[in-house]
Design a protein around this ligand. Structure first.
Ligand SMILES: [Zn+2]
Length: 100
């Protein structure tokens, strides 16, 4: 995995850690959510909580796909497509959270 730096806590993102990409760059899931919690208006905190659960599970899904060992050649394309689908979902949820 390429190395990324979290813009919120300025540490490197380690393999297996949940992180996402925003307009500002790469950020840990936990750093992103705690930052948004401070910025989002009280009326939208419940939406933030809901979206953060969605993003958490989508990122966990990505990590699970990445951790599949010894994928047979015949299954590689399927894994790649599934990974792309979940990655897209993560991007959409991240955008929703950014726009709250
Ligand atoms: Zn961080």
């Amino acid at each position: 995995m390429a190395e990324f730096q979290c813009y919120a806590c300025n540490t490197k993102v380690k393999t297996g850690e949940k992180f996402t990409f925003t307009k500002k760059g790469s950020v840990h899931f936990d750093c992103f959510i705690s930052q948004r919690r401070k910025e989002v208006i009280p009326e939208k905190q419940e939406m933030l909580r809901t979206y953060s659960i969605l993003l958490d599970s989508e990122l966990q899904h990505l990590i699970s796909i990445l951790s599949i060992q010894a994928v047979p050649d015949d299954a590689k394309e399927t894994v790649r497509v599934k990974y792309k689908d979940v990655e897209k979902a993560c991007g959409e949820t991240t955008r929703l959270i950014s726009e709250l």
